[in-house]
Every structure is written in structure tokens, then in C-alpha cells.
Design a binder for this molecule. Structure first.
Ligand SMILES: Cc1ncc(C[n+]2csc(CCOP(=O)(O)OP(=O)(O)O)c2C)c(N)n1
Ligand code: SF4
Ligand SMILES: [Mg+2]
Length: 305
């Protein structure tokens, strides 16, 4: 039976080794459902590669190519060029994906190159906000204040001291016709965006927010609840940049945001902001910056940018 109007087919098979409650596992089901059977996938190394293909098994029911950590976008470029030469460019979807470490940091140059060359493919970042596969190291996507093994909170540190990289606008600046942020908690919205990205000609991008119970330190059954809170508090606004113009999906009212601490308190990576004593200044800093960010997005949408 089709659930929430999504295709019934499962191209990411059960029985993979992801942790219980893995948001990235849900992301894979959504990506492959949106892609459909006439698709070729390519992925960098990271949790999903490791949990989906322990030799001699595979969870992939679509053609899937594993490359090095830094180059799924380069592999996708080659596949696009081959399909073009065969005259099959319009018959087969090419989708590259990787974690945030691969996308925001180590594979970024290759991703930028593929977007600049204008290949007809979709890149999806499953964003779990750290290098999870190798032991929870901070990435360019890790949020301000989060404790990771390379940005540990302690007496002299509040965790990561830099704000999360604005990958959406960096990618949009390449002239991509479609850039979207999505969340595994809003499956219909995410499915629509993935499908739009795949059907739009040219290099398109979706940042798919995917909580990680192991790295963020929360119980696996809370994944969707926490992903929802991230949206309701404005931590991860859902929006699209279509041919350079912003469209904000949710939230769309700064004055109605849930307080950010409702989100922060759900995860062990932010525990030090509340214990042994509450760090009001830090929480206020995060809260204000979230409001500023959403205000700016809403203003750009309103002014037609
Ligand atoms: C050039 C290079 N640097 C580092 C590594 C080691 N490495 C493999 S996976 C990984 C972390 C991946 O992080 P991310 O892309 O966010 O995916 P996740 O594990 O979070 O799913 C690292 C550091 C590598 N394989 N190649
Ligand atoms: S560490 Fe996180 S991203 Fe990796 S498999 Fe486990 S829950 Fe998923
Ligand atoms: Mg990651």
C-alpha cells in the first residue's frame, strides 16, 4: 500500500547495517523512491556506504557506484558525459550523494566543478552535521555549540565555535536552477523537492536534513520528532531557490518560532549548554542568529530575490 502518496517500491533494501533510528537511512529510501528505476546513483564514502555494502552484500536495488570520499560529483559528471554520448541523457537520472563531510568540505571542490560545468544531474547531501562514520568529527555543517570529538565541549570550549556553512547559497551562486533544503521529517515535501530536482535540467541540489541518534546522542525513536523540532524552531528552515529566487516553505513567521532550547535540550551534543549550569548567553546568541537568518530568507522571498 502506498504510504503518504509515495511510490511503494523500495530501492534501498531493509537489512542494511545502519543504527536504529538512522535519519540517513530514511533519506536513502526517499532519494531512491524519487529517483525511480531508470537511475544511476553514485556515492562517496561515509556511513551510508559502509552500512549498505558489507561485501558480498548490498542494500542497493539500483545501479550504485561507490567512489572515493571526495568525488561523487566527478563520477556523476563522467556518467552524464557517457549518457550524452550514447544519446540516453533524457532516459536515465543521474544522482550523486554524500554526507555533509563529503559535500561541505572534502568533496566541495569537485562538487563546485561539476556545477560550474553544468552537468545534468542531482546532488543530494544527507546532512547529519558531522563526520559520523569515522567517529563524530566536526564538519563545515556542524552547528555552532555542538560538541563533537574534534570540537569537544569543556571548561575552555562551548563545542564548535563556528556557525554552520551556508551551503545552499554557495551552491545557488553557481547558477543552479534548483536548490532546496528538505528534512526527513516532512516526507512529502522532501519527496516533491527530490523529484523536482531530478526532473529539472542542469545541476540541481537538495540538502536533506537527517538526524543521527549516535552522533547527536538521543534515543533512536526520537529521530523524526527531533527533525520536526529543527524546522519548527527555525534551526533548519525548509526553502527552495528556484532560478535564483527564494521560496520559503516553513517556518514562515519569525514571531511564531518555537524557542530553540526546545530543540537543543533533546540532544546530548548540546548538554553542556544546560548542565552543570545553564549558558544563557550562548543560548541567546543561537536564538538571535536563527531569527536573523529566517528574517533574511523571508525578506529575500518577499522582495523577489
Ligand atoms: C580524502 C579522505 N579523507 C578522509 C577519509 C576518511 N573518511 C571516510 S568517511 C569519513 C566521514 C564521512 O563523513 P560524512 O561525509 O559526513 O558522512 P557520514 O559518515 O556522516 O555519513 C571520513 C573522514 C577518506 N576516506 N578520504
Ligand atoms: S552513526 Fe548516525 S548516520 Fe551513521 S549509521 Fe548510525 S545513526 Fe546513521
Ligand atoms: Mg555526516
Amino acid at each position: 500500500m502506498a504510504i503518504l502518496g509515495l511510490p511503494e517500491e523500495e530501492y534501498f533494501a531493509p537489512g542494511h547495517r545502519a543504527c536504529a533510528g538512522c535519519g540517513a537511512g530514511i533519506a536513502m529510501r526517499l532519494i531512491t523512491k524519487a529517483a525511480g528505476k531508470n537511475s544511476i546513483l553514485t556515492e562517496s564514502t561515509g556511513c551510508i556506504e559502509v552500512v549498505s555494502t558489507p561485501y558480498p552484500e548490498t542494500a542497493w536495488r539500483l545501479p550504485w557506484v561507490h567512489g572515493a570520499f571526495e568525488n561523487p560529483a566527478s563520477i556523476a559528471s563522467g556518467i552524464c558525459a557517457a549518457l550524452k554520448a550514447l544519446g540516453k541523457e533524457d532516459e536515465i537520472n543521474v544522482i550523486a550523494f554524500g554526507g555533509d563531510g563529503s559535500t561541505y568540505d572534502i568533496g566541495f571542490g569537485y562538487l563546485s566543478g561539476a556545477f560550474e560545468r553544468g552537468h545534468n544531474f542531482t546532488y543530494v547531501c544527507y546532512d547529519n552535521e558531522a563526520y559520523m562514520n569515522t567517529g563524530i568529527q566536526r564538519s563545515g555543517s556542524t552547528p555552532y555549540g555542538a560538541s563533537t570529538t574534534t570540537s569537544p565541549a569543556g571548561k575552555e570550549s562551548i563545542g564548535k565555535e563556528e556557525w554552520k556553512k551556508d551551503i545552499m547559497h554557495i551552491i545557488a551562486a553557481h547558477g543552479s536552477p534548483y536548490v532546496a533544503s528538505a528534512s526527513i521529517a516532512y516526507v512529502q515535501d522532501a519527496f516533491r523537492k527530490l523529484k523536482t530536482a531530478i526532473e529539472t535540467k542542469g545541476p540541481t541540489f537538495v540538502n536533506l536534513f537527517a538526524p543521527c541518534p549516535t552522533g547527536w546522542r538521543f534515543q533512536g525513536e526520537k529521530t523524526v520528532e527531533i527533525a520536526k523540532l529543527a524546522v519548527e524552531t527555525g534551526v533548519t528552515p525548509l526553502y527552495e531557490i528556484i532560478n535564483g529566487k527564494h521560496k520559503i516553505n516553513r517556518p514562515n513567521d519569525v514571531s511564531k518560532l518555537n524557542p530553540v532550547e526546545e530543540y537543543l535540550q533533546t540532544q546530548g551534543r548540546y548538554r553542556h549548554l544546560f548542565k552543570p549550569e545553564r549558558k544563557d548567553k550562548e543560548i541567546e546568541f543561537i536564538q538571535n542568529r536563527i531569527k536573523e537568518n529566517l528574517s533574511l530568507l523571508l525578506e529575500m522571498a518577499e522582495k523577489g530575490f
